[in-house]
Unconditional design. Sequence first.
Length: 250
Amino acid sequence: MAKFAHDKVVPYQESELEKKQQVAEMFNSIAFRYDFLNRFLSVGIDVRWRKKAIAQLAALKPAHVLDVATGTGDVAIMTWQQLKPEKITGIDISAGMLELGRKKIEKLGLSQQIILQQGDSEIIHFPDNHFDAVTVAFGVRNFQHLEQGLSEMLRVLKPGGRLVVLEFSKPTNFLFKGLYNFYMNVVTPAFGRLFSKNREAYSYLNESVKAFSEGQAFLAIMQHTGFSNIYLKRLTMGICTIYVGEKSGK
């Protein structure tokens, strides 16, 4: 049963599939254009956002990192480039995204350092206290059950380990908000339809961002789930936010 507003937002309103199955189907259908549209629609700013999120792990110096909702592996690759951990594991429910991610990783010669595998964020098939850090970029909005996904990421973190979430949010500046709303309501779905042939995917992006429990509300959910030392950093006038939390103990 849906607990948060964004839990009820799905890509295909007429589909009888549950949310996670719809999300997998959606990303399979747009995988071939996903990286291009990310760079194009964000004017490349998304790369800087990811780098800033990964930088939240620098002091931790993690040896083994889990990247949840890894998609085509952007964050996994950037994490290796920035932090050089011993191993990075990426999981995603979309086979199409993972296929492209593996090709990128192989081309970079990182197949030994970065392993991608199909997996569900709400049932992570790794033991307790396994990873030094967990990352998830633009993925928690797509969780069918947000608290279950957060609980699983907390479970597989080692005590003292850190979760870094990067997610879209809504700007607070009145003038910028109007421009942002036009871009998200009109421009993004139009270009998504033109280049990916899937208008629903980029309409879903906007609807899920609007419904998502952002800012202090999301920090409260993290705290309720069991994370400590939580904080957030807003980026680019608030259209994207980094959330950080730790697993207590050593």
